[in-house]
Ligand binder design. Sequence first.
Ligand code: AMP
Ligand code: GLY
Length: 424
Amino acid sequence: MKVLVVGGGGREHALVRKIKESKRVDSVVCCPGNGGISYDAECYNVSATDIDGVVSLAKEIGTDFVAVAPDDPLAMGMVDALNDAGFPTFGPKANAAVIESSKVFSKNLMLKYNIPTAQYKVFDNPEDAVEYIKEKNEFPTVIKADGLALGKGVIIPETLEQAEAGIKEIMEDKIFGESGNKVVVEEFLTGPEVSILAFTDGKCVKPMVSSMDHKRVLDGDKSLNTGGMGTVSPNPFYTPDVAERCMNEIFIPTTNAMNSEGRPFKGCLYFGLMITANGPKVIEYNCRFGDPETQVVLPRLKTDIMDIFDAINNETLSELDIEWSDEACACVVMASSGYPKSYPKGIKINGLENGQLDGVTVYHAGTAIKDGKLVTSGGRVLGVTALGDTLQEALDKSYNAVEKISFDGGFYRKDIGKRALSAD
Ligand code: AMP
Ligand code: GLY
């Protein structure tokens, strides 16, 4: 088989590597890919949001299967277009991807089907939103842009002034464009966060091993939200008890709800959960593999991933036994100076040979090859990842490798896994 992976970040690099392990796969190609992915897969310069371009590429190179990884093309209907053109795919159709691309949709779904989540209200004009926050007078509060916003559409104001400024930025200045036409204002929840990626064929849902993201840019969960500065798997807060509750109260009800709405979800459904004093609650759904969660989850997958993709397409997932390794995995993200705000590109990366380093797997998120040299091309640059018998061992391997890699201005969090270790 020849498999095309659509996307160009660290998550796609992890997918490319896992698909390459499949006994059934001869070659993996990627579009647009990136500098590091190009060592593992031929990369084609077609944008991940160019639906016609990707369909044409799939035909031109004779692809047998296409995995669509990022949120935008899924929301735009890339899987629908590829299926119409006759290609088997991995990823939900647009009518199911809406579970991520509209927070208003997902919040209303949870309310309707009694799936635990923060209490909320939806607003389509800024005055009413501010009035509601003023009346409630409970801080911090949480404001979410309705649509996609690169993981940055959530603000958590501590004061009314901050809330007013946030609503103005989202709804009037439109810093996230049309995504800010509506906002969700919701109750602030507390508790450890758990990321669960789950395979589902619409009939049955099979959670993968758990993970923990580190979303803020600085140590101690300080400063701005990012796409994710590092991950560990497993997540110790996801105890067997919590897992059982999540299965019964959240995972199965969500797939059933999507079926009842005529929007069967096939692919990877991502549950962003908070384990509150009142039980697990959904913070967000994503319609895809998480980034950088995928980088610590897929290295632990023992079952052939193409068998899983096939079972999802054939709706036979319930018959497949999916096996995972007991090892722990850690991923430390190295980012460009300035990220998640503006950052330079084209900076030479030192310390890697053919994009890799012994003892770890370096998933490339934002790299390019320029004049034969590996350079930075994004905010998140590398995800330095290692497996270990214990989480401490995995973290030690990752951090030892990180110290051997450098690029001007590059930085990383020094406390990835700290909260997970102290929970043990
Ligand atoms: P999201 O983009 O929805 O994942 O939100 C980004 C981050 O904001 C989450 O990972 C949480 O840390 C935080 N967050 C979102 N919603 C809430 C909430 N209702 N209460 C507390 N924190 C939240
Ligand atoms: N790491 C969070 C996400 O993929 O949205």
